[in-house]
Design a binder for this molecule. Structure first.
Ligand SMILES: *Cc1c(COP(=O)(O)O)cnc(C)c1O
Ligand SMILES: [Zn+2]
Length: 482
């Protein structure tokens, strides 16, 4: 069907499918909410069946070979072009180095402490340092394609964000340039300074609103429904397709055998867990894999609507958004996740194929999230607070007996630890305000030590000062001569 040295020739036929009323809409317009029922969409390839003319082995070999491709458009998430948005042409695809993130085995001491083999998939090693780049690569490539087809001369891209969506959206918009212009809407004081610096550095218009993410989301939804703007939140179904690449890469890394693998994924707006389940179902549908992994969604007790929904028996389940309270897993601090209907639909398909235990949601405390993040990073990992949430979820799953011997876990480290350095600082200095409910383990605190007073530098040559500094280190560390 395609060689690895050239861009694929296969093209699918994509349609938006409403999860509320099953209405279908053509792929060539910007749609986020069903005009008939207000439901959310997933995208479907009407010619997915054609891909089944080839067997699983064909696809496994193709994707394995493509991992070495030098075609720029195929180096990132579009390695899996046929499974993503196979209507784009090579010239549309934006590649900023996203995807193909490393899976790093837990340090042996950490693995032993947790009592189970596990690894982190470091999605913080994406260009804007979170998994959001996977979705943006697809959504922006689609937008480029649409601008080309429609000859639009100006398109305003907007998003509400807990920090990482805006960083990614602003980055891709800046790279593409005109006709795109990026605007981001942030809850004031509820994104970290590092996250705020990202859209500013990319030149986006940054608007701050008092309130929480859910307030910003409602505002941009209103804009997207009534004005000519392109919405880049995960309500944008093209983003979901891009984020499915996490599942494809994971399966490929484990040599297309994912049985016995337990995935831990933090849930915020619930786009990512949707994408991950959707991706694994597609792989199975094409015979690329035979089984399914087990998926554990993880939520903080300060932002836990999805946990609450699944915590009761199926016949008693009722969807109720919650009012969030301060959470260190700030990127997932969402009380009314837009993608909840997608989670419900995908979880149903996932458990139908993989059994009741194939999808579960676990709750963790703020204390557990911070302890887990600090512990992971003390062992050489680069987990953000949400990555800490994943590890806390694994530890709870083990305590609850939900994960057994012979199983291994893969934790989604959704962003880079550096974005959340402020929470580490609060942990080390016992600086959490009471609403977090976090008491740091003081034995883990770390701080810089001052060696010499500033005045020590005056009047000394470089050589004298170096010897003085070295002497101060010797005393501080009680070093012994060789
Ligand atoms: C966005 C985000 C999440 C939550 O993902 P959803 O798709 O909104 O559920 C978790 N962690 C980080 C670092 C994020 O940026
Ligand atoms: Zn509908």
């Amino acid at each position: 069907m395609s060689s690895t040295a050239t861009f694929p020739t296969y093209r699918g036929r994509m349609e938006y499918v409403c999860l509320g009323c099953d209405a279908r809409y053509p792929h060539d317009s910007l749609l986020y909410t069903c005009p008939k029922c207000g439901g959310v969409f997933l995208l479907e390839n009407l010619d997915f069946q054609l891909l089944k003319k080839r067997d699983g082995a064909f696809w496994r070999e193709l994707f394995d070979a493509r991992a070495a491709s030098r075609v720029t458009a195929l180096r990132g998430v579009f390695r899996y072009y046929e499974l993503l948005a196979p209507l784009l042409d090579e010239e549309d695809i934006v590649y900023l180095g996203e995807g193909n993130t490393p899976i790093v085995e837990a340090a042996p001491a950490l693995r032993d402490a947790v009592g189970l083999p596990f690894a982190y998939k470091n999605d913080g090693q994406n260009p804007s340092a979170s998994f959001k780049d996977r979705g943006m690569a697809c959504a922006f490539s689609y937008l480029k394609w649409l601008c080309r087809c429609r000859q639009w001369d100006e398109v305003l891209t907007v998003c509400a964000s807990t920090g990482d969506t805006s960083a990614a959206a602003a980055l891709y918009a800046a790279y593409i340039g005109p006709p795109l212009k990026s605007v981001v809407l942030l809850p004031k004081g509820k994104v970290t300074p590092q996250q705020l610096s990202q859209p500013l550095g990319s030149g986006a218009t940054v608007l701050e609103l008092p309130g929480v993410f859910d307030d910003c989301m409602k505002a941009v939804e209103h804009l997207a429904e009534n004005y000519r703007v392109a919405l880049l939140n995960s309500k944008n179904a093209w983003r979901i397709l891009g984020q499915e690449s996490w599942a494809y890469e994971t399966a490929q890394w484990y040599n297309w055998d994912v049985t016995g693998l337990c995935l831990f994924v933090p849930i915020g707006n619930a786009g990512n867990i949707t994408a991950i389940m959707s991706g694994f179902l597609k792989l199975r549908d094409l015979g690329i894999t035979t089984g399914l992994p087990r998926v554990f969604g993880v939520q903080s007790e300060h932002a836990n609507p999805v946990y609450r929904y699944y915590a009761v028996p199926a016949q008693n389940r009722q969807w109720r958004p919650v009012r969030v309270t301060s959470s260190v897993a700030q990127a997932a601090m969402i009380g009314n996740p837009v993608s909840f209907p997608r989670v419900r639909a995908l979880a149903e398909r996932f458990t139908a194929a993989g059994g009741e235990r194939a999808f579960q949601v676990i709750q963790v405390t703020e204390q557990q999230i911070m302890d887990a993040m600090i512990k992971a990073n003390r062992h050489g990992h680069i987990a953000c607070t949400q990555g800490g949430e994943s590890l806390a979820g694994l530890m709870n799953a083990k305590i609850l007996g939900l994960i057994g011997n012979g199983e291994r876990a893969l934790l989604n480290a959704t962003a880079h630890s550096l974005k959340f350095a402020g929470f580490q600082e609060m942990y080390f200095t016992d600086g959490f305000t009471p609403e977090y409910g976090i008491t740091p383990d003081k034995s883990l605190a770390n701080e810089p030590h001052s060696l010499l007073p500033k005045s020590a530098r005056t009047g000394k040559s470089d050589g004298e000062y170096a010897r003085l500094a070295a002497q101060a280190v010797v005393e501080r560390l009680q070093l012994r001569r060789k």
